[in-house]
Design a protein around this ligand. Structure first.
Ligand code: ADP
Ligand code: MG
Length: 697
């Protein structure tokens, strides 16, 4: 933006240093530019003045013109309130104040025209408006006929008389002065083909819309612009990697062929085969691969990762797999070690709880190249971990690693960056994936291995626990194993821990003939590992655990997942938990236990889960129910810095913006065409803003 928008807010008429300081600290508004990017969160409809007779219960806000003919204080003590009797000439209604009554009654003018505005309430057939906004009515002076913007302000600002109206006034001033300083930030071609308002029209109408239609158009234009630039950045990053960053070529596949022919005990699904081909193509391209592998729980991502590792090894490189938790790292390690041993491949693991001695040796052998595959947690990111030739990093992400951490792995091979394969635990809604992982190529495993019976999910109330236990007993008698999971929510960790222990004891009492494992976050890694292994080996029949087992754990003989207090888990989390069963050939079950009391949202979640096994559908529902802010992994990704677009609702615009950005970069990768100068300049000014910000904070 040009200099005008860098003008400090204190120079705006009526603001001054004191108010400016408040705007700085309360709303992070420093300049004119900051101000006009504070979009109203709604508009009050002042387009019409209603007659009292027209007011209906469905109206959330009304504007009425009339006079007060009398007012009085009613009730006593804390129940006392001021009631003003208001008429529009035909009918009457009441205006009510519960607070500040003394001040209001002193200032109310009788028999004078007022314009009042507020939310009508109905009681015994009488209409009243509590704490109405009001202004004296003067012909031509009031903002009738407008959609009045409503801005977020803090309590502190309100106390200093900087309310939404005051912000609107500042906004009006800045917009009036801004004139031609508002520069267009999209090309005429984009504006034309997407039927967009100009930037100037959009800024005017987002704050002070001429009509609902113009408000919608302003929103659309600004969302499109915001998403367009986000996508442009992501796609540009992707382009650069694909053209600039070299990648090792993994063409030879002798070990892989042996493995495939002699050791793999099942047929790959077509989806797995397709994805492996996509990755192999990347490996032969000579460029660095940055690929996201999405697949529903149980779709067999791990074996795909292992096959890719073999390709790296077959061409003289090493491979690593990084998991978000120790339990998961262990699981991957023990699972893959079986294959690796058969093939004579050295594989090791490195986690937070590896001993110093073990680490030292591992570090040495990684550097010498004697260890070919390393599985681990964050511990792999440490600077001490150096490779002879790291060719492939697989990140089992569960949305928990940030972009910065991904980049940290690259630096483990400075000459030629390793190929990166990111696997997600649960599917991510398409529109969110486009933004969270928009810089990556995407492969999807959209098929479960053959012969899997869909998991049967049921909802049961705590009162029916005995029946549920009876069912579990039958399953155990048939040789199956059971998970019983308790929620762990950090704020009330102590309580949760008690729940878990009480639960454990009651399960132990109910199943005296069974062996139990217990795993929770407070245990030492070594003990967790021991308990997990007992369950994996089938020495215990029931695993009582907190959500530490949520991700990735793979015990095909386990056929029932019981989730206690299921209403306390998120949708994606429940889907993950359910995915721990249904991995073998037996019919599997997921039993969601709750109290009779459930919030509407809790019930919706449980019903959604009972209804569908499809992770992609569940991901979409999750996004709609919770919004992107609550979805794991979005916090550190920058997705939430969006000013106006909402990834939960604006999926269609994300798609259009992405296509537009893609097309532009394909035609003009460096944005050198004269007609794209406006885009290039805007990117530069955005970057300048970013650096300014980093200086401030
Ligand atoms: P996820 O995609 O959830 O990480 P896993 O990779 O853990 O799933 O695979 C789940 C289970 O399915 C494992 O026991 C794995 O060995 C098995 N599996 C993977 N692919 C196939 C296949 N094509 N046919 C049969 N079983 C498979
Ligand atoms: Mg997995």
């Amino acid at each position: 933006m040009s200099n005008f928008f860098d003008t400090r807010i204190e120079f705006l008429k009526g603001v001054g240093p004191q108010k400016a300081a408040l705007l700085n600290t309360e709303l992070q508004i420093f300049t004119y530019g900051d101000l006009i990017q504070r979009y109203p969160f709604r508009h009050e409809d002042r387009t019409k003045i209603y007659a009292i007779s027209e007011i209906s219960e469905s109206m959330s806000f009304v504007q009425i013109k009339g006079q007060i003919y009398q007012h009085e204080t009613v009730g006593e003590g804390y129940k006392s309130r001021l009631v003003a009797y208001f008429t529009d000439g035909d009918e009457e209604m009441e205006l009510v104040w519960f607070q500040g009554a003394a001040w209001v009654s002193k200032n109310l003018k009788k028999n004078t025209d007022y314009l009042i505005f507020g939310k009508p309430q109905f009681f015994n057939g009488k209409i009243s408006i509590p704490h109405p906004e009001m202004e004296l009515f003067e012909e031509g002076q009031n903002s009738v006929g407008f959609l009045q913007p409503v801005y977020n302000v803090t309590e502190k600002l309100r106390k200093k008389f900087i309310d939404s109206k005051a912000i609107a006034k500042m906004m009006r001033q800045v917009l009036d002065q801004a004139g031609n300083h508002i520069r267009e930030t999209l090309t005429p071609e984009l504006i034309h083909s997407h039927h967009l308002l100009s930037k100037k029209e959009a800024m005017e109408n987002i704050h002070f819309p001429g009509s609902y239609n113009l408000l919608d158009k302003a929103k659309y234009r600004l969302k499109f612009e915001e998403l367009f630039y986000t996508q442009l950045k992501l796609i540009k990053t992707k382009f650069i990697r694909k053209t600039v960053y070299k990648g090792q070529i993994f063409k030879q596949v002798p070990t892989l062929t042996t493995f495939y022919n002699d050791h793999l005990s099942f047929d790959l699904t077509n989806a797995q085969k397709r994805v492996i081909k996509e990755i192999y193509k990347d490996f032969c391209s000579g460029k660095q691969m940055n690929r996201l592998l999405q697949g529903d729980v149980g779709s067999g991502k791990t074996i795909v990762a292992f096959i890719c590792m073999l390709m790296a090894l077959d061409n003289g490189a090493q491979a690593c797999l990084m998991a978000p938790t120790e339990i998961l790292a262990d699981q991957h390690y023990y699972g893959l070690k079986e294959y690796a041993d058969q093939l004579g491949i050295t594989i090791d693991k490195l986690t937070g709880s590896s001993s110093m001695g073990h680490r030292k040796v591992t570090h040495e052998y990684l550097l010498s190249g004697d260890i070919k595959i390393i599985i681990g947690t964050h511990a792999l990111l440490e600077d001490k971990v150096q490779f002879k030739n790291l060719g492939l990093c697989v990140i089992d992400e569960q949305h928990r690693f940030g972009v910065a951490q991904r980049a940290k792995l690259w630096s483990k091979n400075e000459d030629v960056y390793p190929h990166i394969l990111v696997m997600t635990a649960t599917p991510i809604p398409r529109t969110l994936a486009m933004t969270l992982y928009g810089d990556l190529d995407v492969s999807v495993i959209d098929e479960l291995p053959a012969g899997r019976k869909p998991i049967r999910t049921v909802h049961r109330y705590d009162a029916h626990r005995l029946r549920v236990f009876g069912f579990l007993r039958e399953q155990i008698q048939q040789g199956r194993q059971i998970y019983i999971v308790y929620p762990l929510i950090e704020e009330s960790e102590k309580l949760d821990y008690k729940d878990l222990m009480d639960g454990y004891e009651s399960v132990a009492r109910a199943f005296p003939e069974c062996q139990l494992s217990i795993v929770h976050g407070r245990m030492k890694a070594k003990d967790k590992d021991y308990e997990m292994q007992r369950f994996v080996k089938g020495e215990t029949q029931i695993m009582v655990a907190t959500t530490v087992i949520e991700v990735g754990v793979n015990v095909p003989n386990a056929s029932v997942m019981v989730v206690e207090n299921a209403e306390r888990f998120g949708l994606a989390q429940l889907h993950q938990l359910r995915g721990r069963v249904g991995r073998g050939a037996d019919q599997s079950y997921c039993i969601l236990m709750t109290d009779y009391k459930l919030t509407t949202e809790g019930r919706t979640r449980i019903e959604s889960l009972v209804k569908t096994n499809n992770g992609f559908e569940i991901a979409d529902m999750d996004l709609k129910l919770r919004g992107p802010g609550d979805l794991a992994g979005t916090q550190q990704s920058g997705v939430l810095d969006l000013l106006i677009a909402d990834l939960a609702k604006d999926g269609a615009i994300v798609q259009q913006a992405r296509e537009a950005a893609q097309a532009m970069l394909e035609a003009d990768p460096e944005l050198e065409d004269a007609q794209n100068a406006v885009i290039k300049n805007h990117i530069l000014s955005l970057r300048k803003d970013e650096t300014n910000w980093s200086r401030i904070s």
